[in-house]
Design a protein around this ligand. Structure first.
Ligand code: ZN
Length: 480
């Protein structure tokens, strides 16, 4: 029997508010353990939480950007469970009336478009963190609990099980990340746990519609792990089913070092959490006018921006997809072309030399030594014919370590392209005289032989001769 995978994601995103969701403690990452805590986020008796207005604002913004309907009446609920990182013994979350529902995200996998539906988005507080003395809880003599993260605001974005491959799941998560970055509600630093996903996956025979028994893998915080964990799990479930075995609904952990998933516990059902309305917080009521104002304030989103880059700037769909894949890249691009640099050339440079240099030094576009303005200036020098594309590579290398404007570098290093025919003619004559073989080949009908001569002229001019002019001159002289 052939099986197909059915995948759904629950993405948790920490919101970039300055303070926590129900108290005034700072949300700063990396502070000394248990220094950003107060009676409210420690859940001490007698305290009352107050909702951080910013959290609601960010959640609504996310809901609108992900094409959801905003619920005008929304409330908080208590999700009861015990774990040492949860001092109240319940998590304040949302159950039956989340802030947003019924949205979607369009993804593009290998040129194929697909719509992934979003079931709901709800607000909740993050839990604390256990810090083990060893690598895992099993090989640790002691574990500390750090409550700095307790009460940091989260939104949970729950998708429908609309994905069929690990790649689709990855692309979906990348798209959600980029949208959250565009609307500026989360830092999305995956290495800091700002963005993590629970993956649900089950198999069913191809051609059937009933859902199979699913496994859930929690807290996956890299795109690679999303893909790897799903690929492993699909394979594992397939082997169990093909051997005539039965799957149990369970939570499994992903071990990235061994590349396997392991059973952790059988999955709780919602009623095990004994959800109940949170009596200490008032419901959230939002008016149509407020929702309209939030919608109006949304920035241009990745899909619209991609469309604009294709239609107005003439980029290919592929290039536009990469440039708009992150807000930083898109902004860099816009800043680079604003003074008139050629869009296509700018995209090529960004995805070529710039990306290569950044990768080599482990830098992001934000800490690029060559800022957008200077890259744009350099590209304009190419378009004007002041430098050739080949010389531009040298200029770019200089710009990487020098703060000077490209024009100054070109002047100081004597890199101006020679377009003066007279200056090039002398070299062309010398090259023709010194290379009888390619000259004879060319005259004998092998037009490609001219390449070797162009190469020689370029070499002798130290790359400064304008290749177009060299070509013209050579042809003129050889064809007579
Ligand atoms: Zn606090």
């Amino acid at each position: 029997m052939k099986y197909e995978a059915v995948i759904g994601l629950e993405i948790h995103s920490e919101l970039k508010t300055k303070t926590k969701i129900f108290c005034g403690c700072a949300t700063t990452f990396g502070a000394e353990q248990n220094t950003h805590v107060c009676p409210v986020c420690l859940g001490l008796p007698g305290v009352l939480p107050v909702i951080n207005k910013r959290v609601v604002e960010f959640a609504i913004r996310a809901g609108l950007a992900l094409n959801c309907t905003i619920n005008k009446f929304s409330k908080f609920d208590r999700k009861n469970y015990y774990y040492p990182d949860l001092p109240k013994n319940f998590q304040t979350s949302q159950y039956d009336l989340p802030i947003a529902e019924k949205g979607y995200v369009d993804i593009d996998v290998d040129g194929q478009k697909k719509r992934i539906r979003i079931t709901r988005i709800h607000m909740e507080e993050d839990a604390g963190k256990l810090v083990h003395s060893g690598n895992t809880i099993k090989d640790s003599a002691t574990s500390n609990v750090d409550y700095n993260r307790t009460g940091v605001p989260l939104i949970e974005i729950v998708s429908e099980p609309d994905m069929a491959t690990p790649q689709e799941a990855r692309v979906y998560m990348e798209k959600v990340k980029s949208i959250l970055e565009y609307i500026d509600v989360s830092n999305c630093r995956m290495e800091e746990g700002n963005l993590r996903a629970d993956l649900n996956v089950s198999l069913r025979p191809v051609g059937t519609t009933a859902l199979g028994t699913k496994a859930e893998m929690k807290n996956i915080n890299s795109f690679k792990a999303v893909e790897d964990a799903l690929a492993y799990e699909i394979q594992r479930q397939q082997e169990v089913l093909e051997d005539g075995g039965h799957l149990v609904q369970e939570t499994r952990t992903w071990d990235p070092d061994k590349g396997i998933t392991l059973s952790m516990r059988t999955k709780e059902a919602a009623h095990d959490y004994r959800y109940m309305p949170e009596p200490d917080l008032v419901p959230i009521v939002t008016t149509d006018e407020e929702i309209a104002a939030y919608r109006k304030a949304l920035p241009e989103l990745p899909d619209a921006r991609r469309q604009r880059l294709e239609t107005e700037d003439g980029l290919s769909s592929y290039d536009a997809g990469i440039i708009t894949g992150s807000r930083e890249l898109a902004e860099y691009f816009d800043a680079a072309i604003v003074d008139g640099a050629d869009a296509k050339l700018t995209a090529n440079w960004m995805m070529g030399d710039l990306a290569k240099n950044l990768n080599a030094e482990g830098k992001t576009i934000q800490d690029s030594p060559v800022d957008a303005k200077r890259l744009g200036q350099m590209i304009m020098l190419i378009s004007k014919g002041t430098i050739s594309s080949k010389i531009a590579k040298k200029v770019f290398v200089e710009m990487w370590t020098s703060p000077d404007a490209p024009e100054k570098i070109v002047k100081d290093k004597g890199l101006v392209q020679i377009t003066d025919t007279k200056a090039i003619e002398g070299i062309v004559d010398a090259v023709i005289a010194a290379n009888p073989k390619p000259v004879a080949d060319y005259k004998g009908g092998n037009t490609k032989a001219i390449g070797a001569l162009v190469g020689q002229v370029m070499k002798q001019s130290k790359g400064k001769a304008n290749p177009g002019v060299v070509n013209q001159l050579l042809k003129a002289k050889l064809d007579t």
